[in-house]
Design a protein around this ligand. Structure first.
Ligand code: PGA
Length: 246
């Protein structure tokens, strides 16, 4: 299984010109690497402008179609050639009030439209300090996957993104990431069985850069990375992919 390295550009860069430059630079350098899969998740407006690497969306509607001003459906994403959608990112949970129930609906929409969701889960600093990590992960995963049959769940990718590590420069230690990935597999195995959990793809995300990336791949048992800030610098992002594939 190839490592999956996903770039979450968030609400960046400021212009289509910059987006195209960043994308083309990454594309040129990444093309030669064959044991890692790069997925670029730009803002929606740039999706039709970028061709030649796998594309992902940063969000998706929980509705199928109709009068939902401002939303973009999983079917529309599929039609635009998008293969993945980030679902349940902590910024969506925090600033846009997304609940596990909405996230569950979004995952179902993705799966029925042929989009592979990247389900982000993770605890806040307070929850971590209070020893509530496993409880939080269990709720986010169980509620997020509710009613999804095993056959469909095979297309879900998980991302362990501790909220305290996102955009803070305080990346999660390899040791703690190993434990969290195991915990996620354990929770998934309670729902779908152990065999399935062993095959589940889990990414780590939170302040990953070219200096700390390789430890996750070598020491933690995760299957890839979800990268925010560092993905906006082509050299840095490509450096990370190179290390993964070294
Ligand atoms: P970061 O963001 O790499 O800037 O910490 C990761 C994410 O939000 O997915």
């Amino acid at each position: 299984m190839k490592f999956l390295i996903a770039a979450n550009w968030k609400m960046n860069p400021k212009s289509a010109k910059e987006a195209k430059n960043l994308f083309e630079t990454v594309k040129k350098r990444v093309k030669k690497i064959n044991n890692a899969e790069a997925v670029i998740c730009p803002p929606f407006v740039y999706l039709p402008l970028l061709k030649g690497l796998i594309l992902g969306a940063q969000n998706v509607s929980c509705e199928k179609e109709g009068a939902f001003t401002g939303d973009i459906s999983a079917l529309q994403l599929n039609d635009a050639g998008v293969k993945h959608a980030i679902v349940g990112h902590s910024e969506r949970r925090k600033y846009f009030g997304e609940t596990d129930e909405t996230i569950n609906k979004k995952i179902k929409m993705c799966l029925s439209a042929g989009i592979k969701p990247i389900l982000c889960v993770g605890e806040t600093a307070e929850e971590n300090e209070a020893g509530k990590k496993s409880e939080i992960l269990e709720k986010q995963i169980t509620d997020g996957l509710r009613g999804i049959p095993l056959q469909k769940a095979k297309n879900i990718i998980f991302a362990y993104e501790p909220v305290w590590a996102i955009g803070t420069g305080k990346n999660c230690s390899a040791e703690e990431t190993t434990g969290s990935a195991l915990l996620i597999r354990k929770i998934v195995s309670k729902i779908y069985g152990r065999k399935f959990a062993g095959l589940t793809r889990i990414l780590y995300g939170g302040s990953v850069n070219s200096k700390n990336a390789s430890q996750y791949i070598k020491e933690t048992g995760v299957n890839g990375l979800l990268i925010g800030g560092a993905s906006l610098n082509a050299k840095e992002f490509v450096d990370i992919i190179r290390q993964v594939s070294a």
